[in-house]
Ligand binder design. Structure first.
Ligand code: SF4
Length: 85
């Protein structure tokens, strides 16, 4: 199940419920993303919609939380899912 899904022009980011509600993951995601796509809202993950298309596909968010709990899709590439570089 996915709690958060925001779609930009070029990228879609999804975060599973288990990750979205994890305070440690919220803190990590807010800290790891170089373009501030994730925010820590009182211990929950929030997505910053206006920043979604700034994603540089670094893959750092994919390392946070349970494997596969955070997903990034490249809408300009037939919705290809970003994998770890
Ligand atoms: S791939 Fe990098 S830039 Fe894109 S959302 Fe994840 S951490 Fe942020």
């Amino acid at each position: 199940m996915t709690l958060r899904s925001e779609t930009g022009m070029f990228v879609r980011v999804e975060v599973d419920d288990a990750v979205a509600g994890d305070a440690a993951a919220a803190k990590s995601l807010a800290g790891v993303c170089p373009v501030d796509i994730f925010a820590d809202e009182g211990g929950r993950v929030a997505l910053v919609e206006e920043n979604i298309d700034e994603c540089i596909l670094c893959g750092l968010c994919l390392e946070v939380g349970a494997k596969g709990g955070v997903r990034v899709y490249k809408l300009y590439d037939n919705d290809a899912q970003l994998t770890k570089p």
